[in-house]
Design a binder for this molecule. Structure first.
Ligand code: NOJ
Length: 510
């Protein structure tokens, strides 16, 4: 393994609840994941990132963690998790897990202790308890303070089931250092840090957003980095959502996080000038720091890329999710395939959210009574939320559950996913799955960490060359464009018309 495996890695995001169900209860689990590891090895990814796998009441899909040192029984056991890590490593796949430091669960031992100990107790100092509520709003809608029967209020930036930790308390710092060690000692290669920018709070400044990106948060990650550096090649990946690129880059200073998700690229509309600007800005902020950029098209929080790119408005905005807005899926599909070749060709690491490699669309018609996302309830049933991108994967067969497992999946799969199963797409040379397989294979030797050189092109075309000589050309215009001189076409996201690259199509050239 190269020393810096993570700098150019292709990282596959496993949303465990929806990946593969090994025990037939309708929910994905470690047993299912372990049997599907050969699929991931064959796909050609270098690492997996798993969403939280800890014991949890599932108020927010597991981002409400009751115990940071164990595994949710629905997903399996700690022993199974250890086996999974070993098996993944044996296949050359690194393992990144999710750590949630901003908040816990109301079911955690610490929160229960705080409730029992009562107002004024040291146990309450690990969270934010107050006699009077503040006026901050929850990110999921509604107030961010909830009152207890004893009269006090506690802060939760997300769901009431997710009380925020008080990061001015040294016990909280110590706890998370122990948690990081717990998992690094078990062989985990990296930590994805949930809501990384909101840990520190300023209640006094009167700012309704007095928790985003306060300077003191960086000291926390310097401590984490020192800890990670005691181990061999373990990485910290930040979930840092906010538009200011200069502030974003501060998280990537050499003594802080190794990488962070590039949400600017994800949120960018499918438009040539905007994409070029996003790419250039990303390179300009990362390269001077020596931090590799990351390229993200989707995850478990945003609408599926096929659906997004088929809409009239192709940008992404958390505050305006456009759930249910009509989409031309054929167009979205073409663009999503082109976008995949673009993202995989750019310098740095790339994330693939499960199902992206199958071209799955967003599921807009989940029956309301089955929706689990707290956004749905907290918004007073006005925002359908994120369940539509979390529907269990279709593996094989002609009807649901499409090989996901023996039981009825926790969210229903559309009937027409029969065309999108792993089995169906494996047999189809032109499928999105086979495009991802081919691209990930080429990417291993010729792409990843490094830089790019832009080639001269029409303004509606993005064209650049990588150090290996591979050239990526993406046509975002309405008319076909002639390919630049080349020896051969290595891969294309759609059918070429001789030397012409059609609209919304990408090609990799040698
Ligand atoms: C970001 C996670 O990706 C999202 O799924 C979760 O709801 C929030 N953080 C709160 O933990």
């Amino acid at each position: 393994m190269p020393e810096t495996w993570w700098r150019g890695a292709a990282i596959y995001q496993v949303y465990l609840r929806s990946f593969a169900d090994g025990n037939g209860d309708g929910v994905g689990d470690l047993a299912g994941l372990r049997t599907r590891l050969p699929y991931l090895a064959d796909l050609g990814v270098n690492a997996v990132w798993l969403n939280p796998w800890y014991p949890s009441p599932m108020a927010d899909g597991g981002y409400d963690v009751a115990d940071y040192r164990d595994i949710e029984p629905v997903f399996g056991t700690l022993t199974e998790a250890e086996r999974f890590i070993e098996e993944a490593h044996a296949l050359g796949i690194r393992v990144i897990i999710d750590v949630v430091p901003n908040h816990s669960s109301t079911a955690s031992a610490w929160f229960r202790e705080a409730l029992a100990a009562g107002p004024g107790s040291p146990a309450r100092e690990r969270f934010w308890f107050r006699d009077e509520p503040g006026d901050w709003k929850s990110i999921f809608g509604g107030p961010a303070w909830t009152q207890l029967p004893d009269g006090q209020w506690y802060l939760h930036l997300f769901d009431p089931g997710q009380p925020d930790f008080n990061w001015t308390n040294p016990e909280v710092h110590q706890e998370f250092h122990d948690v990081l060690r717990f998992w690094f000692d078990r062989g985990v290669d990296g930590i994805r840090i949930d809501s990384a920018a909101v840990l520190v709070k300023d209640f006094d400044g009167g700012d309704p957003d007095g928790y985003t990106d306060l300077d003191e948060v960086h000291e926390i990650y310097r401590g984490w980095r020192r800890l990670a550096d005691e181990y061999d090649e373990r990485i910290l990946v930040g979930e840092v959502w906010f538009p200011d690129q200069e502030r974003f880059a501060r998280y990537l200073r050499p003594d802080e996080l190794h990488t962070a998700f590039n949400f600017d690229f994800l949120a960018c509309p499918w438009e040539p000038a905007a994409l070029r600007r996003s790419i250039e800005q990303t390179l300009d902020t990362h390269i001077p720091l020596g931090a590799p950029p990351t390229w993200v098209l989707s995850n478990h929080d945003v609408a599926r890329v096929v659906t997004r790119y088929g809409r009239a408005e192709t940008s992404w905005d958390h505050g305006n999710r456009r759930d249910g807005v009509p989409s031309d899926l054929e167009l979205g599909h073409r663009r999503a395939r082109a976008a995949a070749l673009l993202a995989m060709a750019l310098p740095g690491s790339v994330y693939v959210y499960q199902g992206e490699e199958l071209g799955l669309p967003e599921v807009d018609d989940i029956p309301d009574e089955l929706r689990e996302d707290p956004m749905w309830t907290r918004s007073g049933h006005t925002v359908p939320g994120r369940d539509g991108c979390r529907v269990p994967l279709p593996w094989s067969g002609e009807e649901p559950p499409f090989g996901f497992g023996a039981g009825e999946p926790w969210l229903p799969q559309p009937e027409d996913w029969r065309k999108l199963t792993v089995e169906a797409q494996t047999a189809d040379l032109g499928s999105t799955l086979n495009l991802y397989r081919a691209a990930l294979r080429l990417r291993r030797d010729r792409l990843g960490d490094g830089t790019l050189t832009w080639l001269e092109s029409r303004p509606d075309v993005l064209a650049f060359t990588r150090e290996s000589g591979l050239t990526c050309v993406v046509n975002l215009g309405a008319d076909p464009v002639r390919l630049p001189p080349h020896e051969s076409v290595l891969l294309a996201s759609g059918t070429l018309d001789g030397e012409e690259l059609p609209s919304d199509t990408a090609a990799w050239l040698a």
